[in-house]
Design a protein around this ligand. Structure first.
Ligand SMILES: NC(=O)c1ccc[n+]([C@@H]2O[C@H](COP(=O)([O-])OP(=O)(O)OC[C@H]3O[C@@H](n4cnc5c(N)ncnc54)[C@H](OP(=O)(O)O)[C@@H]3O)[C@@H](O)[C@H]2O)c1
Length: 365
């Protein structure tokens, strides 16, 4: 099959790009299936799963059964040679470590790769070893990979062959924090982030800690004090601040399917007497307006509104709001995001749109 096919589903005058999803039976894979089945300029040509091989997409995910492609397209065992012939762009929705094993040969075969795992998010193989407890499988590719946070790396994504889609917690922390650090409005050394995440963040695999009875009606912290996502969060904050940044990050598991709510506690760059709180507030407002006023997928809330996961679940939008606490002299920034959409598959499709020169919102509104 040719890597690009003409189709009447695409906007007039444009070709559809053939795409494949490796690991399409997992939570982020399923979300990619949903988005790419309905994408005006993508044609889903292959979906892989070792356990579901032979089943149609509609059999595994009946909610897609009304889509004719879902009734015809079957899951297959991952086969690198075949994938490289079937698709120009391959999405990897695989565990870290496994993803790199697929990325290397697919890139060699000329595919563009959008990896949802942590394998190519870090610039340093030593930091990867420290946080992921094994040697990086393809350290030579780290310099080639582009961190796929569109709001920060749009230009670099445009020419990339390997996009490392950010993690869900990092997305919820970086988008609120990067503009403030770049503008020098907050102290880089005094950042505290507390996040609450739904259980789908752990993936679809069966694991005792994530069984219904273990999670339901209960809330618990985990990954304390050194969650793996700290590696990419601190990498990106360090780049924005221009000096090493170490943060305090505490994730919590909450009994909902999807969604992350993050609260950031930030110290203004210059300590605030109460009288300056209003001026600082105006600076923060101007900073967020400049950074996100034209961004389609970052919603800065106004008035009394505060982020709420129910307003973003199922969408590619991150909501954020902030308050200056004149009593403590701190800035509180809160964000809400769907861990599987803006925190994973939606963001990957946003990067795909940029990579292929499609409107950035294609298939995402
Ligand atoms: N869940 C989230 O909220 C989220 C957010 C951001 C990023 N991510 C990242 O996205 C990636 C996928 O996460 P997920 O939550 O979707 O995982 P998941 O639900 O556990 O799905 C994993 C997928 O990979 C396949 N797979 C597993 N081991 C494989 C192997 N050795 N060879 C080939 N295929 C294999 C599985 O299918 P078979 O076992 O049938 O082959 C399945 O389709 C991870 O790296 C994760 O860190 C997840």
């Amino acid at each position: 099959m040719s890597p690009i096919t003409q189709s009447t589903g695409a906007p007039a005058g444009t070709a559809q790009v053939n795409v494949a999803i490796v690991g399409a039976s997992g939570y982020s894979g399923e979300e990619l299936v949903r988005l790419l089945l309905h994408h005006p300029s993508a044609r889903l040509t292959a979906v892989t799963s070792r356990q579901q091989a032979g089943q149609t997409v509609a059999q595994v995910f009946p909610r897609f059964a009304s889509h004719s492609l879902a009734r015809g397209l079957r899951f297959s065992e991952p086969n690198l040679e075949l994938l490289a012939r079937q698709a120009r762009v391959v999405f990897l929705a695989l565990p870290h470590g496994v993803a790199a094993e697929f990325a290397v040969p697919l890139l060699q075969a000329g595919c563009q790769v959008i990896d949802l795992s942590a394998d190519f998010r870090l610039r340093s193989a030593a930091v990867y070893r420290e946080f992921y407890a094994h040697e990086h499988p393809a350290p030579d590719l780290l310099a080639k990979a582009v961190y796929g946070l569109p709001e920060a790396y749009r230009d670099a994504i445009r020419g990339a062959s390997l996009v490392a889609s950010p993690g869900c917690y990092p997305t919820s922390i970086l988008l609120p924090t990067l503009p403030l650090l770049r503008a020098g409005l907050v102290q880089p050394g005094r950042i505290i982030a507390n996040s609450l995440s739904g259980v789908s963040g752990a993936g679809r695999k069966a694991e005792l800690d994530y069984l219904f009875v273990e999670c339901n009606e209960s809330v618990r912290p985990y990954g304390v004090p050194k969650h793996r996502h700290l590696s990419e969060i601190e990498q990106e904050l360090t780049l924005a601040a221009g000096r090493p940044v170490v943060i305090q990050f505490t994730p919590h598991l909450i009994p909902v399917n999807r969604g992350i709510l993050t609260t950031l506690c930030l110290e203004p760059a210059h300590p605030l007497p109460g009288t300056e709180a209003a001026a600082f507030s105006e600076q923060v407002d101007a900073c967020y307006r400049a950074a996100y006023g034209a961004e389609p997928f970052v919603r800065v809330l106004e008035g009394k509104a505060l982020p709420d996961t129910k307003n973003v679940v199922g969408t590619n939008v991150l909501e954020l709001a902030w308050r200056v606490d004149a009593r403590t002299g701190r800035l509180l920034v809160m964000s809400a995001v769907d861990n599987i959409v803006k925190g994973a598959s939606g963001q990957a499709v946003q990067a795909f749109n940029i990579l292929c020169g499609f409107p950035e919102t294609a298939g995402l509104l």
